[in-house]
Design a protein. Structure first.
Length: 322
């Protein structure tokens, strides 16, 4: 079940999602490491952040709603204490560092401190954060996204760059334009197999959502609105993966990590058929930390049943038409 993700070998296609698996090692106590390809850290910002007050995470029907507010230790602590001491590599599991910020300078500061850290195998950009240039998110503004990715790539010339997009974009901007902006950004890489823009796309982050307590009339989480994850978003993400894969990612050779609502191997297999090369998991692991192991094994059996030797042979193989 090993895969090649933009030149990075992973022992499993299963990748634990940012913000749902701690910073690095926390999952080792409960999941079988040999069935994990990578763990993505909580998103790291230039300064430590407390995040929003409680409640910041509530269950809703078929999903989970969260607005954690990017609570994290900040880059200094992550680079000095978490990255150098993590035990994932000893188990063959890669560590991806997720980066967040609200200005280009903030992202660049964190990325620059991560570049070249031996214990980090890739950096993932979480672009669903407020942008000081007019208050919009980078994730709804393709030119701003291309500028951000270009600057981050320049600060991160020798590390694999994953760009994680939000699932919906507003107005006339769609997911394919965002993917194109991330892929075609013009930074200057300095390493084998690295591209000027995104090496890998992660689709997707949570979906903007809201839940209201009808007894109090107040929103159920302190931030008012939050991000939806879990089974309810899965079918939406299948289409997003399919759209991005067929419109640009396949042609450009940029692999996709499919992320959103994967709860069983069939969900993961759907992502593969839609165009994903790897499978992210978040919410399901919070309910059952052994679910990545189950899904890794299910995918293995499915690959064999489909007559394929490698999972990669099945990527994008959805059969359209009647
Ligand atoms: C509690 C929680 C915290 C999260 N924190 C982050 C984060 O720090 N950075 C990020 O890029 N995504 C974050 N996410 C989004 C997940 O990485 C993932 O994109 C989303 O949950 C969809 O996948 P799932 O349905 O498998 O959970 C968070 C999600 C949850 C539920």
């Amino acid at each position: 079940m090993s895969i090649d993700l933009a030149g990075l070998g992973l022992q499993s296609p299963i990748i634990l999602a940012a913000g749902t698996a701690g910073y690095a090692d926390e999952i080792l106590d409960v999941a079988k490491p040999s069935t994990l390809g990578a763990v993505t850290s909580k998103s790291i910002t230039a300064q430590p952040r407390e995040g929003h007050p409680t409640w910041r995470l509530v269950p809703v029907r078929g999903a989970m709603l969260n607005a954690i507010g990017l609570a994290n230790t900040g880059i200094e602590r992550f680079a000095e204490h978490v990255a150098p001491t993590h035990r994932l590599n000893a188990h063959g599991v890669s560590l991806f560092a997720s980066v967040a910020g609200d200005t280009i300078e903030g992202y660049v500061q964190v990325a620059a401190q991560l570049d070249g850290l031996e214990s980090i195998d890739a950096v993932e950009l979480n672009v669903s954060c407020p942008n000081v240039h007019g208050g919009a998110d980078f994730g709804v503004d393709p030119p701003a996204l291309a500028e951000l990715v270009g600057h981050v790539r320049a600060a991160l010339p020798s590390t694999r760059l994953i760009v994680k997009l939000p699932p919906v974009a507003t107005g006339l901007v769609g997911i394919v334009q965002l993917a194109r902006a991330a892929i075609e950004a013009q930074g200057k890489p300095d390493g084998p197999n690295l591209r000027p823009g995104a090496d890998v796309l992660c689709l997707c982050n949570t979906m903007p959502a809201m839940a209201i307590d009808v007894k109090t009339g107040k929103p159920r989480i302190s931030n008012g609105t939050g991000g939806l994850s879990g089974p309810a978003v899965h079918a939406i993400v299948v289409k997003i993966i399919h759209d991005v894969y067929t419109s640009i990612a396949r042609e450009e050779g940029v692999p996709i990590i499919g992320l959103g609502g994967v709860t069983n191997w069939e969900d993961a297999a759907e992502f593969v058929l839609a165009g994903a090369s790897a499978i992210g998991m978040g919410t399901a692991t919070m309910a059952d930390p052994t679910s990545p192991t189950r899904i890794h094994r299910g995918l293995l059996k499915w690959t064999e049943r489909m007559g394929a030797i490698k999972l990669s042979e099945l990527v994008g193989r959805v059969r359209l038409g009647v």
